[in-house]
Ligand binder design. Structure first.
Ligand code: KG4
Ligand code: ZN
Length: 335
């Protein structure tokens, strides 16, 4: 069988990532340089700082990836790169490096949507089948997508305000739990009582697959504020557990409803928040009850990485998608 090695570049937010993947499946190298420790000090990602660190870290990372994959640049068939959605300054570093590699090596350049990448992270270690419904839950997005074949994305629902991960990050910040908030809230929630505080579940109009998390976020912030005013002690574990359960209930319900509406047997969860233990447990239980197949990326592939970009890049390359050296980066970019 012909082998097709894709080198992928991902710099949409605060991880610099380079991967080499064979035939959209076999990960030969998956290097991620996280900037979490740098941005922690500021309580969130500072775009300009992210761009500068991408710039410093990216070329050595390309060399490390080649070494890990034990391959030369000559063996690479094409260069895939995330060109949106994300922080434009950050994306531009990756796009410039990918363009330079493609030009210098005379190899095709393939543009990849970051959200498609999150979905395709699932394909790396799961026998995923179509048609399917995918829930993407990350720091910037909460989307329900229907796919009947490769590279075909129908948006069924989106968040109308905060993304799920953003809500985790904001309430964690309000409680002084640090950045990023998701993993800490997840950990604290495991020690708390999810029924301690009755936070709202917002389902919007009947039949809608859209999401809204800003009301829930405000309810948590109000609860914290009121407790403080009354000088009542706050049980952080209970707040985390009750908040997380409210998010998970809505995410799981809408995903299952969407799968039923489209008549599919297959469900994917993807994006940083798909690493959440409460979500993983809850959706697994509901999918079992409803007779649906659930596919989840392994934990290390839930958050940003370039292996997922290489996988989409492979399918796009095979479909003949190419970019030229005019390729730009976009803060928002439809799937
Ligand atoms: O996909 P991702 O790495 O980057 C974006 O494309 O946004 O997602 C990052 C988001 C952050 O908001 C982070 O708090 C959240 O994913 N996250 C989690 C967990 N791990 C990461 N949220 C809840 N529970 C987790 N275990
Ligand atoms: Zn992401």
């Amino acid at each position: 069988m012909d082998t097709c090695k894709v080198l992928a570049v991902e710099t949409s937010c605060d991880e610099t990532a380079i991967a080499i993947v064979e035939n959209g499946k076999r990960v030969l190298a998956n290097k991620v340089l996280s900037q979490i420790e740098i941005h922690k000090v500021f309580g969130g990602v500072v775009p300009e700082v992210a761009s500068r660190h991408h710039l410093e870290g990216i070329l050595p990372l390309v060399e490390e990836a080649l070494e890990e994959a034990n391959c030369t640049l000559d063996e690479i068939e094409c260069i895939a790169v995330t060109n949106g959605p994300g922080l434009v300054g950050a994306l531009l570093v990756g796009v410039s490096v990918a363009k330079s590699l493609a030009y210098g090596l005379n190899k095709p350049l393939v543009p990849v949507n970051h959200l498609a990448g999150h979905i395709y992270a699932c394909f790396l270690d799961n026998p995923v089948e179509f048609p399917l419904v995918a829930l993407i839950v990350s720091g910037g997005h909460t989307d329900l997508i229907y796919m009947d074949k490769h590279l075909s994305f129908e948006i069924m629902g989106q968040t109308r305000d905060d993304a799920a991960g953003e809500a985790f990050d904001k309430i964690a910040r309000a409680m002084g739990l640090g950045y990023p908030g998701g993993p800490v809230v997840d950990k604290r929630a495991q020690k708390g009582d999810a029924s301690a505080i009755g936070f709202p579940r917002v389902f919007l109009e009947k039949g809608s697959f859209d999401f809204s998390f800003s009301g829930l976020k405000s309810a948590v912030l109000n609860f914290l504020h009121n407790s403080e005013q009354r000088q009542e002690a706050i049980n952080v574990d209970d707040v985390c557990a009750s908040f997380q359960q409210a998010v998970v209930d809505v995410l799981v319900d809408k995903t299952i409803e969407c799968a039923k509406f489209k008549g599919v047997d297959n469900v994917i969860i993807a994006g940083g928040v798909s690493a959440n233990s409460g979500l993983r447990k809850s959706i697994e239980k509901r999918c079992n009850e409803e007779g649906l197949n659930l596919f989840r990326p392994s934990l290390s592939l839930c958050t940003d990485n370039a292996a997922m970009i290489a996988t989409v890049g492979y399918y796009l390359y095979k479909a003949g998608v190419r970019a030229d050296l005019e390729l730009n980066a976009y803060a928002s970019m439809p799937l």
